[in-house]
Design a protein around this ligand. Structure first.
Ligand code: KMH
Ligand code: ZN
Length: 275
C-alpha cells in the first residue's frame, strides 16, 4: 500500500547557520519570503521559520516574526511553522514570542540535550507551558525529538493531557549531543511512533538528503534546508533551501510517493485554522 503523499518542510534560516558559511542564507523578511515562495514552488508545504536581526543575529522578536510571516503570506500559501527553540541560551519568554503571531504550527522541543558544546534546555515545565499556549491558540505542535527519550517524554506529556496524540513528530538526527543520523536509529524511532501519528526527519549536515530518502521510504515526511545543511552535494553549496526541496521532491517520487500540497498537509497534520 502506498504511504501517500509526502510533506516537505523547508527550514530556510535557522539560528546557527551564518552568512560566513553560505551567502545564500535569507535574513530579512523580504529574503525569507522570496525563499519561502521558491521552496513552495519546489514542493514545500511547510516553512519552519526563524528570524534574524538585520545584522544576522538570531532573535525570537515578535515584531520581526510578524513582519516575516506577513511577507511570506503575501507571496505564497505555505503553512508557517514558527520556531520556539530559537537559539541555545534564550529565555523561555523570549522563545515563546512567535506563538503570539498566529502561526498554524510551531515547534515543540520535547527535551533537553547537549547541543554541540552547549546545552539546549527544554525542561518539562517549559514544554508544558509552550504546549498550553499552543493549544489555547489552536497552533499544531511539531514534536521535535533529538533522542529516543524525547519520544517517551511526548508519551508522558500526552498521558498528562498536555499534548494531543496522534500528533506529528520530527526526528532531528545528527546534532552533536543527540541521536546520530543512522538507519538503525531512525528505524528504532519509527517503531516508537504511536499509531495514527505522523513523523518527519531532519538530518543534520551531510545526513540531510540520505535521511530524507530513508524517511520517505519508511512512509514518513522530510525536512530539509539551510538551517540543518548548507550543501547540495559534497563541497557544493546549495543556492538556497529551494534546491534542497527540489532534491527531496525527487527523492519522494523515487520512493513512489507524491509530494503533498499545502491542503493535503493541513489535513494530514490536523491543522484546522486557516492562515
Ligand atoms: N536552534 C536550535 C537550538 C526549533 O526551531 O524549535 C533549536 C531549534 C529548534 O532550531
Ligand atoms: Zn529550528
Amino acid at each position: 500500500m502506498s504511504a501517500g503523499n509526502a510533506i516537505i518542510t523547508a527550514a530556510i534560516c535557522g539560528a546557527e547557520t551564518t552568512r560566513a558559511q553560505t551567502p545564500y542564507l535569507p535574513i530579512t523578511a523580504g529574503e525569507l519570503a522570496a525563499e519561502a515562495e521558491a521552496c513552495a514552488k519546489e514542493g514545500a508545504a511547510i516553512i519552519h521559520l526563524h528570524v534574524r536581526t538585520d545584522d544576522g543575529k538570531p532573535t525570537q522578536d515578535r515584531a520581526l516574526f510578524d513582519k516575516a510571516i506577513r511577507a511570506i503570506r503575501a507571496r505564497c500559501g505555505v503553512i508557517v511553522q514558527t520556531s520556539t527553540g530559537g537559539a541555545v541560551g534564550m529565555s523561555a519568554e523570549e522563545r515563546a514570542q512567535p506563538l503570539d503571531c498566529e502561526p498554524e504550527m510551531a515547534s515543540l522541543n520535547a527535551g533537553s540535550l547537549n547541543f554541540g558544546d552547549e546545552v539546549f534546555e527544554n525542561p518539562f515545565p517549559l514544554v508544558r507551558e509552550f504546549a498550553r499556549r499552543m493549544r489555547e491558540r489552536g497552533i499544531v505542535p511539531e514534536l521535535e525529538c533529538y533522542d529516543a527519550g524525547h519520544v517517551d517524554s511526548c508519551l508522558l506529556l500526552a498521558a498528562e493531557g498536555v499534548i494531543d496524540l496522534p500528533g506529528h513528530f520530527d526526528f532531528v538526527l545528527g546534532v552533536r549531543g543527540g541521536m546520530a543520523a543512522s538507519e538503525e536509529n531512525l528505524r528504532f524511532l519509527v517503531s516508537k511512533v504511536p499509531v495514527g501519528s505522523t513523523f518527519s526527519v531532519a538530518g543534520v549536515g551531510r545526513h540531510q538528503l540520505p535521511m530524507a530518502a530513508l524517511a520517505l521510504r519508511l512512509g514518513g515526511h522530510a525536512r530539509c534546508g539551510l538551517e540543518d545543511n548548507i550543501y547540495l552535494s559534497k563541497g557544493v553549496l546549495a543556492k538556497g533551501s529551494a534546491e534542497l526541496v527540489a532534491k527531496v521532491s525527487e527523492l519522494a517520487r523515487a520512493a513512489g510517493r507524491g509530494v503533498a500540497s499545502v491542503a493535503e498537509a493541513r489535513k494530514l497534520l490536523r491543522i484546522e485554522r486557516s492562515a
